[in-house]
Design a protein around this ligand. Structure first.
Ligand code: ADP
Length: 463
């Protein structure tokens, strides 16, 4: 079932139910208010009749002509009080459609509005409901009222209740119409953005990576659309990355493979002499290719989280010792190396092999970009809680700002002149970041072009 249909039906049902509930309650309470009002009016009416009859007796000193007095010529009942201006009033007459019986002190009927029971003696049972009549503390008789039982509600009241029922029905109908219009409006407002989002999702699923949902609506829908757009953007970026990587890999493999192929063809045709030098250069190409494939394999394992890490406590001094060959090389190249390790540094808690690989990569880059006589410094300080902060700075040529944010990307070489042949694959820093992040650490770089670069590493320490 569509959301819009369900919402419309629910709202219509709630509207009908609430109107009828309300109407029922109003009808009920109005009915009982009327009943109370009528009961009070009748009781008052009876009392006035009784008072009127007492006054009648008091004025005359007897009950003479009472029957004439009770029945008007047309046969309608007229209260004595009304005639004297003190009776129950015309309004009350409709309650008096029943029989009125007046008995004297001996309980004989001396007045009867229907005239059927004159001269009869009433039973004690009948007298139980009678109003006793007294003049000057003297019992002069009783009056008994018999209702017809036709109706206790007057026409006005019945009219009122009928009108109210009609008005309730009308209100129910109007509320229903308004509820349906509102439901259609609201459900459209809710379902339209959902349909749009469903369409966008479908397009994304079909590989239209640039799909974005332009949605306006309620807060939750906007959050949903924003999340969808973020997801679409990430998918698009991932897709672009994948495409770039494939293109980069093809590019990186193409050159050495065509060199190998060309050399082998030349060897076959005899254009190239099969000297030791030729074989060494072919072997070089193979070594470089193997290194590239190995680097890519490491990156892919890092990305899939499948790279096993051997995390252990590792002293800074141990790392420095292991860095001896590269330090030695850079010193042989006439560059200065300094290490500044803070006292009482906690041991690192890292995979020693992978961390050395990162440091060697950073030092090799520093060595490559720092001219003879330049300085390379390795510092180790206490980092934020639970971390050691390693800093490798050089006084090399530095990195331009536009390159700085990309140097950790795969195959990114700011220095185009440092071609694959000169040793750079553009994968070193991408792998370094992968290793560091896999160990819950972080890596970033700062640089002032022309002055040098600084690489920062935050690595977990033994706590
Ligand atoms: P490569 O194998 O090309 O060295 P990296 O991923 O290690 O690849 O480095 C990426 C790029 O970052 C390099 O091509 C270089 O342009 C730049 N870079 C890295 N380290 C430094 C440095 N210390 N000084 C200047 N540029 C650097």
């Amino acid at each position: 079932m569509k959301i819009s249909h369900r919402l419309t039906l629910t709202m219509a049902a709630v509207a009908i139910l609430s109107v009828f509930l309300l109407a029922g309650l109003i009808y009920n309470s109005t009915g009982s208010i009327f009943s109370r009002y009528i009961n009070r009016t009748i009781t008052l009416q009876y009392q006035r009749w009784a008072e009127g009859l007492q006054s009648y007796y008091a004025e005359q000193g007897n009950w003479d002509n009472l029957q004439t007095y009770l029945q008007n010529p047309a046969g309608n009942v007229v209260s004595p009080g009304h005639r004297r201006g003190r009776g129950p009033g015309v309004n009350a007459q409709r309650f008096m459609m029943g029989d009125i019986i007046v008995v004297d002190a001996n309980h004989m009927v001396i007045g009867n509005s229907s005239g059927t029971r004159l001269g009869e003696y009433v039973s004690d049972r009948e007298l139980k409901n009678a109003y006793p009549l007294e003049v000057g503390n003297k019992y002069i008789g009783s009056v008994i009222f018999y209702e017809t039982g036709m109706t206790r509600l007057g026409e006005l009241e019945i009219d009122f209740l009928t009108n109210m029922s009609r008005a309730t029905l009308l209100a129910a109908l109007l509320t229903l119409i308004i509820a349906i219009i509102l439901a259609i409006f609201i459900s459209r407002k809710i379902s339209q953005p959902i349909s749009k989002l469903a369409l966008a999702t479908n397009q994304l699923a079909q590989g239209h990576w640039s799909t974005r949902a332009q949605i306006q609506g309620d807060q939750e829908i906007i959050v949903l659309a924003d999340n969808f757009n973020l997801m679409a953007q990430k998918l698009e970026e991932a897709q672009a990355r994948r495409e770039n990587i494939t293109a980069d890999i093809i590019h990186e493999l193409k050159t050495p493979l065509s060199i190998l192929r060309g050399n082998l063809e030349s060897l076959q045709s005899g254009a190239l002499v099969a000297s030791e030098e030729t074989f060494l250069s072919l072997q070089d190409e193979i070594i470089r290719l193997t290194k590239l494939v190995e680097d890519l394999e490491v990156l892919s394992r890092l990305e899939s989280g499948k790279l096993a890490l051997d995390l252990q406590p590792c002293e800074m001094s141990g790392l420095l010792d292991a860095l001896f060959p590269i330090v030695n090389t850079l010193e042989l190249q006439g560059k200065v190396f300094k290490s500044e390790i803070a006292d009482s540094l906690p041991p690192l808690y890292v995979d020693k092999g992978r961390t050395l690989q990162v440091l060697i990569n950073l030092l090799s880059n520093a060595m490559y970009y720092t001219p003879e006589g330049g300085t390379i410094i390795l510092q180790a300080n206490k980092g934020k809680e639970g971390f050691v902060h390693l800093i490798i700075s050089d006084s090399g040529k530095g990195i331009e700002e536009q390159d700085l944010k990309h140097i950790f990307d795969r195959f990114y070489r700011a220095d185009r002149s440092r071609s694959r042949r000169l040793g750079g694959t553009g994968l070193g820093l991408a792998i370094a970041r992968g290793f560091v992040e896999a160990q819950e650490g972080s890596i970033w770089a700062e640089s002032t072009p022309g002055k040098g670069s600084t690489f920062h590493l935050l690595l977990p320490a033994v706590t």
